[in-house]
Design a protein around this ligand. Structure first.
Ligand SMILES: *[C@@H]1O[C@H](CO)[C@@H](O)[C@H](O)[C@H]1NC(C)=O
Ligand SMILES: *[C@@H]1O[C@H](CO)[C@@H](O)[C@H](O)[C@H]1NC(C)=O
Ligand SMILES: *[C@@H]1O[C@H](CO)[C@@H](O)[C@H](O)[C@H]1NC(C)=O
Ligand SMILES: *[C@@H]1O[C@H](CO)[C@@H](O)[C@H](O)[C@H]1NC(C)=O
Length: 411
């Protein structure tokens, strides 16, 4: 009951404001433990891959040394399983003492000294998804603790909670984050849990409260999982794509590129779609053993430029190619005006590359003066169209993508 009253008071104060923390004006880019390292707490038998300060420091070093920081990746984040099983006697969160012997503040300092930013995970419910202490009944104290530790980004999960409390609860935690005075990116799981519980997410409220929010299931390291996200984003239930804007992003979850489950073509599809959607680019892979191909995709400056375009418009599915399983996606870009990214994605796998023809005017190439079209992965100029009645003949690989950037020809 007390919690409810506190939450209500916080929400009343919040409604007058809305989220204005000046952060995530382009989709956040970083690295997060979960997809690749899960809840491995067994540092005795698997010291190199357990969730520990050692893992975070190692990955942070590699983000700098291997060029990820220069490519734009900025946040390094721990997901679940960093906590001790109990709070301190005074109710404060504390990390597992064996795996984080120096404490979280020292780890944040280490990350900051590399010129990176530091992110952490908690949960709105009584427990985190893996069963560690949750923030319910401690929202204000936990926000203050994160600020004291100089955290820059909080991922806030929704296990072990009543989803009907989310509208008030996520706003309350956002309110307390704001009151700390320390700008922290606020990543919410709010609409995802509500959708799976049959509650229609209020995207207006979510967009005013969170910098990013998860809509769909946790990503898995499989092509099926990536396809399921593409379908969900194509259906665009509740028109959620229209709520993305600078400071507020739909989050299809981590990039699985660099792990075990995706072929190179499938990895290209993932990177292209995440770029088209203006999605947060959150890697979760072992930077010690990543292949050169995966690294090339994750650091691809052309794809990153599409993703980070300052307009911050989430691309949409605009057409299907008749008689094929090919979807067409498009995302407006700022510079030069009228330019856009255009993707042809083949789902599912027909076993053989598919040759198809498309009238340019049917996929948004409507300028009467035509367009210069360059390859979205290499930047190389490919073709020039002359009018909306031109026909492009294209060959797309199974589970593959053709990505273009189209720039209108000036008259
Ligand atoms: C808190 O919210 C106010 C009002 O929206 C905003 O101006 C301020 O920058 C926010 N501060 C932080 C630390 O998020
Ligand atoms: C955590 O707290 C509970 C309840 O106070 C107690 O029963 C348990 O032994 C504690 N666990 C640890 C690991 O200290
Ligand atoms: C959704 O949230 C907005 C902003 O908080 C609020 O004004 C509106 O009434 C809410 N809509 C519904 C259907 O609850
Ligand atoms: C989706 O939102 C956009 C932008 O607010 C609006 O123009 C469009 O009509 C909406 N579409 C549907 C199907 O509601």
């Amino acid at each position: 009951m007390l919690q409810r009253i506190l939450v209500t008071a916080a929400v009343l104060l919040r409604l007058a404001t809305g989220l204005d923390n000046g952060l995530a004006l382009t989709p956040p880019m970083g690295w997060l433990t979960w997809q690749r390292f899960r809840c491995n707490t067994d540092c005795l038998n698997r010291p190199d891959t357990c969730i520990s300060e050692r893992l975070i420091k190692t990955m942070a070093d590699l983000m700098v040394k291997e060029g990820y920081k220069d490519a734009g990746y900025e946040y390094i984040m721990i997901d679940d399983c960093w906590l001790a099983k109990n709070r301190t006697k005074l109710g404060k969160l504390q990390p597992d003492p064996d795996r984080f012997p120096s404490g979280i503040r020292a780890l944040a300092d280490y990350v900051h000294n590399l010129g990176l930013k530091f992110g952490i995970y908690e949960d709105f419910g009584t427990h985190t998804c893996a069963g560690y202490p949750g923030s319910e009944f401690y929202l204000q104290l936990d926000a203050m603790t994160f600020a004291e530790w100089e955290v820059d980004y909080v991922k806030f999960d929704g296990c072990y909670s009543d989803r009907r409390d989310f509208d008030a609860g996520y706003e309350a935690f956002g309110f307390f984050l704001n009151k700390t005075g320390r700008p922290m990116v606020y990543s919410c799981e709010w609409p995802f849990y509500q959708s799976v519980s049959g509650i229609k997410p209020n995207y207006t409220a979510i967009q005013q409260t969170c910098n990013l929010w998860r809509n769909h299931m946790d990503i898995q390291d499989t092509w099926d999982s990536v396809q399921s996200v593409i379908k969900y984003y194509g259906t665009d239930d509740g028109n959620f794509s229209s709520y993305a804007k600078p400071g507020a992003w739909n989050d299809p979850d981590m990039l699985t590129i660099g792990n075990f489950g995706l072929s190179y073509e499938e990895s290209k599809v993932q990177m292209a779609m995440w770029a088209i959607w203006a999605s947060p680019l959150i890697m979760s892979t072992d930077l010690r053993s990543i292949s050169p191909e995966a690294k090339f995709l994750l650091q691809n400056k052309h794809l990153i430029a599409i993703n980070q375009d300052p307009l911050g418009i989430q691309g949409k599915r605009i057409a299907f190619i008749k008689g094929t399983a090919i979807e067409v996606w498009s995302k407006p870009l700022s510079n030069p005006s009228g330019s856009f990214a255009l993707a042809f994605v083949q789902l599912p796998n027909p076993g053989d590359p598919t040759l198809f023809s498309v009238r340019t005017g049917d996929v948004g190439l409507v300028s009467p003066n035509g367009y210069t079209i360059s390859d979205g992965f290499t930047g190389e100029e490919e073709v020039t169209t002359k009018s909306p009645d031109d026909v492009l003949k294209l060959l797309v690989n199974p589970n593959g993508v053709i990505l273009f950037v189209a720039t209108p020809v000036q008259p």
